[in-house]
Design a protein around this ligand. Structure first.
Ligand SMILES: *[C@@H]1O[C@H](CO)[C@@H](O)[C@H](O)[C@H]1NC(C)=O
Ligand SMILES: *[C@@H]1O[C@H](CO)[C@@H](O)[C@H](O)[C@H]1NC(C)=O
Length: 386
């Protein structure tokens, strides 16, 4: 009897190792990169030139002395996956990069997400992004596209998680319209659906409340330390509808990412939403709600909040609200590492598995594949019923 229990325990211990993203035990077992959850693994900023994740730039526009973010897990170190895409636009380098996989990235969010696009385009092509869903130049801070030989990045605006508004300054990009528009336009321009779709909503939700309150904090829910229950409940409901909409519109292999946001600089100017006395708390509340929705729909989370929290705002931000290029390009590099791990996990989950039932489900759950198989099953059932 005892032997049986010991055998069962050792079996469970092995299962634990199998499903653990980064074992903290003394085990030296290899961790396949597919099991590294780069976006949420605890990590820190390292000052070491040898670890640079971005290419050297002659004009030092990417600061090579800027610290590098790495997970503490030694088996889950991020690779410099963005660097080849940044240099791939240079015809002198093109030959070395023939086997670089073509990537399409579509970002839904606000002016912070626009910075991924802007800095990528500046470093890769020395250009500003081109108009994406609108040709009016006024929209350039909100949406645009950058097409390089091996990677296309586009950004489409969404005016917050509210489905119908009112939105900040009446800039009306309802996610329920902007998302299908963005996907359709991307497919037209890129020739197929994006490999990566990322979404974030936070600052415009708060700016929308501020705007609806007559561009002031007093009298709005921003005066309260905790955003009220019914507001948060609605936010979760709306964000769930939005993330579900994306899921329904993209191929099942597409990497789906939600990223949290850093805390902007607090300002004493009463005409700006960043004058919110509980700015840090409200950003954290919306980030927590976003993580909840994203995880429940099996999106990959990229925790920008955790990365920014370990640096001073002077190091992260170039103004009150927006991070600079060094920070943004490291987040983009992280997204590419998440994508590569996702791709490897997909491949592994499609190899015939000897694992059955609960054990197989565990493996799929931890590789982030359970949803996709679940949807397939659902589709089969629907087809069978027809
Ligand atoms: C480069 O980054 C370091 C560390 O964050 C900072 O102290 C320095 O001012 C930066 N230099 C430039 C040119 O941005
Ligand atoms: C959620 O969307 C509804 C419209 O469907 C809107 O009336 C409401 O204000 C939104 N709430 C939040 C918190 O986004």
């Amino acid at each position: 009897m005892l032997q049986r229990w010991l055998a069962l325990l050792s079996c469970l211990a092995q299962l634990w190792l199998l499903t653990e993203a980064c074992p903290t035990s003394a085990s030296r077992e290899e961790v396949p990169p597919a099991r590294c959850h780069y976006g949420t693994l605890p990590g820190g900023w390292i000052r070491s030139k040898g670890r640079v994740l971005l290419p050297w730039h002659e004009d030092n526009s990417l600061n090579v002395t800027f610290p590098v973010w790495q997970p503490y897990c030694s088996q889950c170190q991020m690779k410099p996956l963005l660097a080849p895409y940044l240099v791939a636009a240079d015809p002198m380098q093109a030959e070395d990069l023939l086997d670089l996989r073509q990537l399409g990235v579509l970002l839904f969010g606000d002016s912070v997400d626009f910075r991924f696009l802007k800095f990528f385009c500046e470093f890769a092509l020395d250009q500003e992004p081109k108009p994406f869903t609108f040709s009016d130049n006024d929209w350039l801070k909100l949406q645009g596209i950058c097409e390089t030989p091996k990677m296309t990045v586009a950004k489409q605006h969404i005016s917050s998680a509210s489905l119908t508004g009112p939105y900040w300054s009446d800039i009306s990009f309802s996610p329920m319209i902007a998302i299908p528009d963005g996907l359709e336009k991307f497919e037209q321009m890129f020739g197929r659906m994006p490999d990566i779709v990322s979404i974030a909503s936070n600052f415009w939700d708060m700016a929308g409340i501020f705007s609806a309150g007559g561009m002031r904090i007093p009298g709005t829910i921003l005066e309260q330390e905790f955003l009220p229950d019914d507001f948060m409940r609605q936010w979760v409901q709306n964000f769930t509808a939005i993330l579900t909409l994306i899921k329904e519109r993209v191929p099942e292999d597409t990497l789906l990412v939600y990223h949290t946001l850093h805390v902007p600089r607090h300002t004493s100017d009463p005409g700006m939403w960043e004058a919110d006395g509980y700015l840090a708390q409200h950003v954290a509340q919306l980030n927590a709600a976003g993580r909840h929705v994203a995880q429940s729909l099996l999106y990959h989370v990229v925790d920008v909040e955790a990365m920014a929290a370990q640096m001073s705002q002077d190091t992260v931000l170039v103004d009150n609200t927006h991070p600079g290029p060094d920070f943004m390009m490291q987040v983009l590099n992280m997204i590419l590492n998440v994508e590569q791990a996702h791709r490897e996990a997909l491949k592994a989950s499609r190899e015939p598995s000897k694992l059955k039932g609960y054990f197989r489900w565990q493996r799929e759950k931890f590789s982030g594949q359970a949803f996709f198989n679940g949807r397939k099953l659902h589709e089969q059932l629907t087809e069978a019923a027809m």
